[in-house]
Design a protein around this ligand. Structure first.
Ligand code: ZN
Length: 489
C-alpha cells in the first residue's frame, strides 16, 4: 500500500500538491485546462469572485480531471466551490456526503441561492422524495445530492444510484472518517465500499484539518490511495490562542463568562463538555443580559435551526454548544470561541476554534481547561465506547486515542508558542506568532539582564519598562525568538 508522501507546507508557506500529471477525465474530449476556464466563468457568475485562489484552482482542476482528490484547505478557504463548480460542469449529479442534517440543509439552501439544482436526503426524507430525487438525477436535472453517510449503508440506495449514474462523490468534512468513523458513525468507514457498489465514481475528500494519520485513514477508508493531494498550511494569523487552567468546573464557568463579557457585544461560541453544561451556561449568560442559547443534539431540530438563524442574524450573541454546532456555518464575525473543558484531540480543537474570525479580523480562541480531574478535564463527555465490531481489524484505536489525548494535554501544558504546537501537530513548519498567551507573556517579560564579569564595569541593567515600550520591530524580533523557542522545545 502506498504511503502518503505529504511533507507539510512548502518552505515558502504556499500550498503543495503531489507531482502526478493531470490527465483529462476518461472519455472526455475536453481538456482540464478548457474546463478550468469554464469553471472560472461559473465562479464569477455564481460566487462573484474573479478567480480561484491557486490551491482552489488546483483542486478544481484535479476534480475535473476525474482523479481522486484529497484537499486539506483551512477554514474559510472556499472548500464548497471546489466540488460545487465541477458538479455544474458534469452531466450527472454529484453526491455530497455531509455529517450533519443542519449542514445538509444549510448547504442545499446555499447552493439553491447560487442557482444550482440541489437536494438533500436526511433520515426524515420520505420515500416519495427519495424516488423523485433519483428520477431527477436520471434525467440529468440535478447537480448536487447531499446525504449523510448512513444513507450509503443501504445497498438498494447504492444500486439505484448506480443505475441513474453518479458523476462523482465529494466527502465534505472528511476528517469525520477518522474522528467519528471508529466510534459512533461507523458508516464513514463504509463509504469506500458504497462507492465501489456505485461503479467507483471519482471521489473528492475535503477537510480543514488533518494530521498525516488522519489523511492516511481518509485515503484508506474511502479507497482513494493514489489520490492527488492538495494541502494548504492551516495557520490563521488573525486567531489568538490562549489556555487557562481552572481548579474546578465552577471556576471554569466563571472564567468563560468573563471572556464573553470581555469581547463586548461581539458574537461568540462557547463549547462545553456536556449538554447540561451548555444549557446552564446559556441561562447564566442570558441572565446577565447577554442574549444566548444552547445548542446540542438533544434539542428539537426546529429549535436548533431557530438558534442558528438567530445567531446568524445577530439576535443571539452567544451560542453555548456541544460539538454539534458550527460545522459549515458561515458566520464571519465570530470574535471569540471559548472552550469550557478540553476537547478529545487537538484536531477537534483546531476545527472548533477555527470558527472564530472567518472574516480575517482579530479573534480569540480561549480554552479553559479544568485541573485536577484529568478523566473529566480532558476528554469531553462524548460517547467513547465503540460499537461492537466497529473497529477495523488491525487498527490500534486505543493507542491512537491515547496519543491524541496526550497531544491535547501537551498543548494545554506547554509554556512555548501554542501556534507552533498546533503547526507541529499537523506536521507543518512553525509560523511567525503574533498572538498566543505564551508568546505574549514572553514579550511582556523583562528583558534578561546581561551580567558583566567585573561588577565595577558592569553595564547598567535594562529597566523592565523598556520591554513594555517596545517598537514594532522589536516586537517582531521577539515574536520570532518566542517561536524559535517553541520550535526547539
Ligand atoms: Zn505564540
Amino acid at each position: 500500500m502506498a504511503e502518503p508522501c505529504d511533507r507539510g507546507a512548502t518552505p515558502s508557506g504556499a500550498f503543495r500538491r503531489d507531482a502526478a500529471p493531470l490527465e483529462p477525465s476518461g472519455g472526455s474530449s475536453r481538456t482540464a485546462g478548457a474546463t478550468l476556464r469554464e469553471a472560472r466563468g461559473l465562479l464569477r457568475d455564481r460566487f462573484g469572485y474573479d478567480d480561484f485562489r491557486p490551491a482552489q484552482a488546483s483542486v478544481v482542476e484535479a476534480v475535473l480531471s476525474g482523479r481522486d482528490t484529497l484537499a486539506v484547505l483551512p477554514t474559510g478557504f472556499g472548500k464548497s466551490a471546489c466540488f460545487q463548480i465541477p458538479a455544474l460542469l458534469r452531466p450527472r449529479a454529484t453526491l455530497v456526503v455531509s455529517p450533519l442534517i443542519s449542514l445538509i440543509e444549510d448547504q442545499v439552501a446555499g447552493a439553491a441561492r447560487r442557482g444550482m439544482r440541489a437536494l438533500g436526503w436526511t433520515g426524515a426524507t420520505p420515500r416519495e422524495e427519495v424516488n423523485e430525487a433519483l428520477e431527477r438525477a436520471r434525467r440529468g436535472e440535478l447537480d448536487l445530492l447531499y446525504l449523510a453517510p448512513e444513507r450509503l449503508e443501504n445497498r438498494a440506495v447504492c444500486d439505484r444510484l448506480r443505475e441513474v449514474g453518479v458523476a462523482g462523490i465529494a466527502v465534505d468534512e472528511a476528517h469525520c472518517v477518522s474522528q467519528w468513523g471508529h466510534d459512533f458513525r461507523p458508516s464513514y468507514l463504509h463509504i469506500g465500499r458504497a462507492r465501489e457498489r456505485m461503479g467507483s465514481p471519482p471521489l473528492t475528500a475535503l477537510t480543514a484539518t488533518a494530521t498525516w494519520r488522519t489523511r492516511r485513514e481518509i485515503e484508506r477508508f474511502l479507497g482513494m490511495e493514489g489520490a492527488i493531494r492538495i494541502f494548504v498550511p492551516g495557520n490563521r494569523p488573525n486567531l489568538c490562542y490562549s489556555v487557562e487552567m481552572a481548579p474546578d468546573t465552577r471556576e471554569a464557568y466563571r472564567r468563560v463568562r468573563r471572556e464573553v463579557a470581555a469581547c463586548g457585544g461581539a458574537s461568540a461560541v462557547v463549547y462545553a463538555r456536556t449538554r447540561g453544561l451548555s444549557a446552564r451556561l446559556a441561562i447564566a449568560l442570558s441572565r446577565t443580559g447577554v442574549p444566548s442559547a444552547p445548542y446540542h443534539a438533544r434539542l428539537p431540530i426546529e429549535r436548533r435551526q431557530a438558534t442558528q438563524r438567530a445567531f446568524l442574524d445577530g439576535s443571539i450573541r452567544v451560542v453555548c454548544a456541544t460539538t454539534a454546532f458550527g460545522m459549515g456555518i458561515d458566520h464571519p464575525h465570530v470574535r471569540l470561541v471559548a472552550h469550557l473543558g478540553a476537547p478529545q484531540s487537538l484536531e477537534e480543537y483546531v476545527q472548533e476554534a477555527g470558527r472564530a474570525g472567518r472574516d480575517g479580523e482579530q479573534a480569540r480562541c480561549v480554552m479553559v481547561a479544568i485541573r485536577g480531574n484529568r478523566r473529566r478535564a480532558l476528554p469531553f463527555g462524548r460517547r467513547e465506547r465503540p460499537r461492537p465490531g466497529s473497529r477495523p481489524p488491525g487498527s490500534d484505536r486505543v493507542a491512537i486515542d491515547a496519543e491524541r489525548r496526550a497531544a491535547m494535554r501537551a498543548y494545554i501544558e506547554t509554556a512555548d508558542c501554542r501556534r507552533a504546537a498546533i503547526a507541529a501537530y499537523f506536521g507543518e513548519r512553525a509560523p511567525l506568532c503574533d498572538g498566543c498567551d505564551n508568546c505574549d507573556r514572553t514579550r511582556a517579560a523583562p528583558a534578561p539582564t546581561r551580567v558583566a564579569p567585573a561588577p565595577t564595569r558592569a553595564a547598567p541593567a535594562r529597566p523592565p519598562e523598556a520591554s513594555v515600550r517596545k517598537t514594532t520591530t522589536r516586537r517582531r524580533w521577539r515574536s520570532r525568538e518566542g517561536k524559535r523557542a517553541g520550535r526547539d522545545a
